[in-house]
Write a protein that binds this ligand. Structure first.
Ligand code: NAD
Length: 439
């Protein structure tokens, strides 16, 4: 199939490269010239396991290219995947500005081109957004009827950053919200041959499923971290507790997101919980459980700040800055928040994150760092050693092997505050100068 992918961020870049790898002819579209140039140079605009090699391969073979020109992309494709961002507005509601703009642009290009085309929304959006907001925009700009002149579907994305390429080829499920059967058939054909059950549902159901997923992930992390903190205070190993809890086959609970560790963050869970709670409040529905997931997460982050304060040391090293290991994504990263709180309290901080440094070097996240985090940019160290030499206390929020192998043992060197329960936490627990956040 000939496919346009709008938005070359984490979802769009991975979708575009993986579909190109599946034999489709893909053209990526982004308003950001840096991302378009990177892709055309065979480089991924995001740091993710396996994505660099895949983009290089599919660009070399001619299966993937990128442009800023919407008309060019629409003229050469029969299906468009919309992967633009839907961030939070300041009041917690969902920002649909990018979705509205891209829908209008695609509609205008389709009006010129003529012929059947299917528009597939992958961005996360609240139930009702597609049918009540985007379909009318599309119909107006195309000058036709959705489901007749232009196909429409919603196909939410369930990738986890850090393992998104693997997740694309082994999805937990495929959800197709279809306006009409022909539109749903187009989406089903895109993923033909991939494992996992396919669910064809009405469009608002598809939109809501994504919120069920993300709200539950946040709830599980909050539950595990609160339990971890209580266990620690009572002298119990919470990971041992969870091991046994999860081994109960009759409960059949997935262990994902249920291991006490650090606070959650990123561009999805916080903003999706926020917009779900905002939508509930607007509908006058009381949601006390969902409303307290983010405050619970904030309390967990505060526990890490207090651990540092209790050490009485002022020179702090932080390993990891992206919102979780294995990605360069800094959006709503709890490690950024932790760094900012410590920086604000006057701690002498140095930070190392290999993925963030690589992305900065490539130019992919340079603008984000310079515009949003200039105060932290000056604290970024190129090497692990630089941070270790500086620090009296080291916070570890990454499983980067270069960091793990360099961390000292046995109280020899800085104190270690393990935020994520390192693979050798069990052995380190007996060592002086080692502290775990919540277990
Ligand atoms: P992102 O911010 O990384 O990427 C969005 C891209 O869209 C940017 O590169 C931006 O320049 C581009 N863009 C904006 N307007 C455009 C336009 N008119 N034409 C072309 N490109 C345009 O976002 P993301 O993290 O990939 O998320 C995209 C959507 O997918 C969001 O709705 C998000 O909630 C959802 N989602 C994200 C993840 C994730 O792990 N990041 C997982 C599942 C779902």
């Amino acid at each position: 199939m000939r496919i346009s992918v709008f938005g070359l961020g984490y979802v769009g870049c991975v979708s575009a490269a993986c579909l190109a790898g599946q034999g489709h002819e893909v053209i990526g579209v982004d308003v950001n010239q840096v991302k378009v140039d990177l892709v055309n140079d065979g480089k991924a605009p995001v740091v993710e396991e396996g994505i660099g090699e895949l983009v290089a391969d599919v660009v070399r073979s001619g299966a993937l290219r990128a442009t800023t020109d919407v008309r060019e992309a629409i003229a050469g494709s029969e299906v468009s995947l919309i992967c633009v961002g839907t961030p939070s507005e300041p009041n917690g509601s969902l920002c649909t500005t990018y979705l509205e703009r891209v829908t209008e642009q695609i509609g205008a290009a389709l009006a010129e081109r003529g012929g059947r085309h299917t528009v597939v929304f992958r961005s996360t959006m609240l139930p009702g957004t597609c049918l009540n907001l985007l379909v009318p925009i599309l119909e107006k700009s195309v000058g036709g009827t959705a489901g007749v002149d232009v196909g429409v579907a919603v196909n939410p994305e369930f990738l986890r950053e850090g393992t998104s390429v693997r997740d694309f080829f082994d999805p937990p499920k495929t959800v197709i919200g279809e306006l009409d059967t022909a539109s749903g058939d187009v989406v089903a054909a895109l993923y033909e041959g991939l494992p996992g059950e396919v669910f064809r549902v009405p469009i608002p159901t598809a939109e809501a499923i994504k919120y069920a997923d993300n709200a539950f992930h946040g709830l599980k992390i909050g539950f595990a971290n609160e339990l971890g903190a209580v266990c620690q205070a009572l002298g119990v190993d919470s990971h041992q507790v969870m091991d046994v809890f999860l081994a109960d086959r009759k409960l059949n609970i997935s262990p994902a997101y249920l291991r006490p560790g650090f606070a959650f963050g990123g561009s999805c869970l916080p903003k999706d919980l926020r917009s779900l709670v905002h939508a509930a409040q607007r509908a006058d529905i009381s949601v006390p459980i969902l409303s307290h997931v983010l405050p619970s997460n904030a309390d967990h982050l505060q526990r890490a700040v207090e651990m540092v304060e209790r050490t009485g040391r002022r020179k702090v090293g932080l390993f990891g800055l992206s919102f979780k290991p294995g990605t360069d994504d800094l959006r709503e990263s709890p490690l950024v928040e932790l760094a900012e709180r410590l920086f604000g309290k006057g701690y002498d901080l140095r930070i190392h994150d290999a993925n963030v440094s690589l992305s900065r070097l490539l130019g992919a996240n340079r603008e984000y760092i310079e515009n949003r985090l200039p105060h932290l940019a000056q604290l970024l160290a190129d090497s692990v050693e630089e941070v270790l030499d500086h620090a009296e206390v080291c916070l570890v929020g990454t499983k980067d092997p270069a960091v793990l192998s360099a961390l000292p043992h046995g109280g020899d060197g800085p104190l270690i505050v393990d935020l994520i329960r390192l693979p050798d936490a069990e052995a380190r627990r007996a060592e002086p100068g080692y502290m775990g956040l919540a277990w």
